[in-house]
Design a protein around this ligand. Structure first.
Ligand code: SAM
Length: 389
């Protein structure tokens, strides 16, 4: 089968009996024999069984689990080509909105992740591609060194009662989070190997760990969101701060604010910022982060963004939703408000495009700046600036 092009998830595209087939780990120009692993009415997903012709763009992946693990999709091309692929994809996707995409902000290609999640299904490891079977690992090339040093402890664990395990690491400190049946979990053998340990959200050992982005400190919680790539998050937060400065933002509302990361980061250059977040633990952290950083012009509310009315006093709205993007309800609320500026932080270009199409009824899209927050994967973060027409 001849691979014609790459899809938005870094898979090769070919056709078999007039049906589209997405081929994991195949590059445009390659000729491959395939094995269908998922067969749906409108499409199939396949793995490569044999390469007949390989692309000149193919390189040997650094990761030894690359052919089976579902974590990375682009390790078989150089970082330069990953960036070209992401640039091409974004410019094609946003073509109809008639907006030039800014240059992608780059990252270290490896060892950037401060978090890894291990799944349990008869054994412990990461999920295989398109499957909930496990691939056991000793090293993850995109996780930071401190996480990698601890993987052998995870592999030694008795998995009885464990649903999943998360390791997070910031500034040399390593935190272990074990979710599952407390009565069965036994971690005696590895207890001394982590700075802090949580069992089902409860601190069982050590102290809270703290992440730092430039001069701002953030408390890290076991099961709530924090940016996974500090180097790129720092570039992105600086960019958002510059944008607020440029827009002369004074009163800011920050929807989907997590632990107050962006609110607190920009607080020094605005009069007031109000953050809303659905996760109670994140809001507790946001309030503690305020104190930790000596901030007194920010407030936080635990609520769903859908319930929020965008009052006239705000001039700038920041939104940083999950991949699903903005709900219809919040989009309509934005459209019926008269807020001047929107800074939309997105981790899914497809839902971003959908939402921009709706918002552009009343807002002019000024810029879209991509950040390579997740190298070696097809994921990409974008910050889009809109102004009331
Ligand atoms: C991509 S994270 C962004 C967090 C934060 N801006 C940051 O940079 O750390 C999205 C956040 O939205 C929250 N969230 C999800 N659905 C929500 C909703 N309906 N209303 C408010 N927050 C929500 C999640 O809990 C998560 O913390």
């Amino acid at each position: 089968m001849k691979i014609i092009k790459m899809d938005n998830q870094g898979r090769g595209i070919t056709y078999f009996n007039d049906k589209i087939v997405f081929v994991n780990n195949a590059l445009p120009g390659e000729d491959v024999d395939i094995e269908i692993i998922i067969d749906k009415k409108k499409y199939s997903i396949a793995n490569v069984k044999k390469f007949n012709i390989k692309s000149n763009n193919r390189i040997k992946s650094k990761c030894r689990y690359c052919d089976t693990c579902g974590g990375c999709q682009l390790q078989h091309i150089t970082y330069d080509n990953q960036i070209k692929y992401k640039e091409m994809y974004l410019s094609e996707l946003f073509k109809s909105l008639n907006i030039k995409i800014d240059a992608i902000e780059l990252s270290n290609q490896f060892n950037y992740r401060n978090k890894i999640k291990f799944q349990v299904n008869n054994e412990i490891g990461l999920y295989k591609m398109n499957s909930n079977e496990i691939v056991k690992i000793e090293k993850c090339e995109i996780a930071n060194e401190n996480i990698n040093k601890k993987i052998n402890y995870i592999n030694k664990l008795n998995i009885d009662g464990i649903d999943n395990i998360i390791i997070k690491s910031f500034d040399e400190k390593v935190m272990l989070v074990i979710n599952g049946d407390e009565n069965k979990i036994n971690i005696d053998d590895i207890y001394n190997s982590f700075d802090s340990i949580y069992i089902n959200n409860n601190l069982a050992k050590g102290k809270r760990i703290i992440a730092q982005i430039n001069n701002i400190k953030y408390l890290i919680s076991p099961n709530s969101f924090f940016q996974v790539n500090i180097e790129v998050a720092s570039k992105m937060f600086n960019y958002i701060k510059e944008i607020c400065n440029y827009l002369k933002s004074k009163n800011v509302i920050d929807l989907y604010c997590g632990c107050g990361s962006i609110s607190i980061y920009i607080s020094s250059i605005v009069n007031y910022v109000y953050g809303i977040e659905i996760n109670q633990d994140s809001i507790k952290d946001a309030n503690k982060n305020k104190v930790l950083n000596n901030i007194n012009n920010a407030d936080f509310e635990c609520n769903t963004s859908d319930n929020i009315n965008i009052k006239d006093k705000y001039d700038t709205l920041i939104v940083d939703p999950p991949r699903s993007g903005l709900s219809k309800k919040i989009t309509n609320k934005v459209l019926s408000s008269s807020i001047q500026n929107i800074i939309y932080v997105s981790c899914d270009p497809i839902t971003l495009k959908r939402d921009l199409e709706l918002l552009s009824e009343k807002y002019k899209i000024k810029s879209i700046k991509p950040f390579d927050m997740f190298p070696n994967t097809y994921h990409i973060e974008c910050v889009c600036v809109l102004k009331l027409k």
